[in-house]
Design a protein around this ligand. Sequence first.
Ligand SMILES: [Zn+2]
Length: 374
Amino acid sequence: MAGVSFVVEARDGRARAGRLTTPHGEVETPVFMPVGTAGAVKAVLHRDLREIGARILLANTYHLMLRPGDARVAALGGLHAFTGWDGPFLTDSGGYQVFSLAALREVGEEGVRFRSHLDGSAHLLSPERSMEVQENLGADIAMAFDECPPGDAPREAVAGATARTTRWARRSRAAHRRADQSLFGIVQGGVHLDLREESARALVELGFPGYAVGGLSVGETRPDRERVLDQVEALLPADRPRYLMGVGTPEDIVDAVARGVDMFDCVLPTRNARNGQLFTSRGRLSIRNARHADDPRPPDPDCPCPTCRTASRAYLRHLHQANEMTAATLMTVHNLFFYLDMMRAMRQSIRLCRFEEWRWETLRRLADAEQIGS
Ligand SMILES: [Zn+2]
């Protein structure tokens, strides 16, 4: 079977509503992909993810190659069979994690030699190895192996990493074999517009079925990020999906959709939930705050999610304080519902040509919202 295909079905300004068809089902865009690092979204069952409208999950190449091992996952039928999630998966390239987590990293033209953060064992992650791992995992979408310089890297370092990312993209494409998996390229270049342009042009020339923007959400200013997105959007082919990696807050996502981005992933809704931070239509809420101890109201009175239908702030605070695992589950379900529901509303507003109106109303509400206990 062929990999993914993509159709833009509606536009409002530069915002697009589209449909991504994958071997494991269709996904409406703009889409948020919950992060399932080790093959599971932390604290949540697939059943609940489906119920709240998650359609595509991200899994991490770096984590899965180290544990349980990509060959083992392949022998057990690939990620879909192994995890029981029968919808689409996207795997990242391993690049971002090897640069942020691995110990004793040594970067060369061949790839990155590193020691596992789990047991110190030695590994090489190269474009060819990243493709082998991702083909073993068998996600619907794989990512080209890229070099991710830190957010504060000097310009020469970013320029070197950007040029290498292009060479690695070429090698990734040459090594990629699976016809039922689509390989996306990743534009790098930090906040330097000329490097972003160079990177985007080179990748488009190589020709990928989709393009990601990497190297953002690493401490850059909002105006810098907006300039980069404006620049890259103008250079990427209009008929291919655009994926902004690792971004971000609800406000960041709304702003990126306005700049023509179709796909997102971020650990914020899941990680914050485990720390007791809830996203609500009335601002952020910290469940640790003592003022919630006697509050019988749901976390977000306007939210129809399974958590808000049954759990009070007082109960969630109690579970969190008592270190009950259910606290993480209930709060992650709410936060993911908040993100997924926002994407639904956004898609609808684009289709109705009311995106700008929806955008400013939503941003104003999020900014004006009474901070309900954070
Ligand atoms: Zn809720």
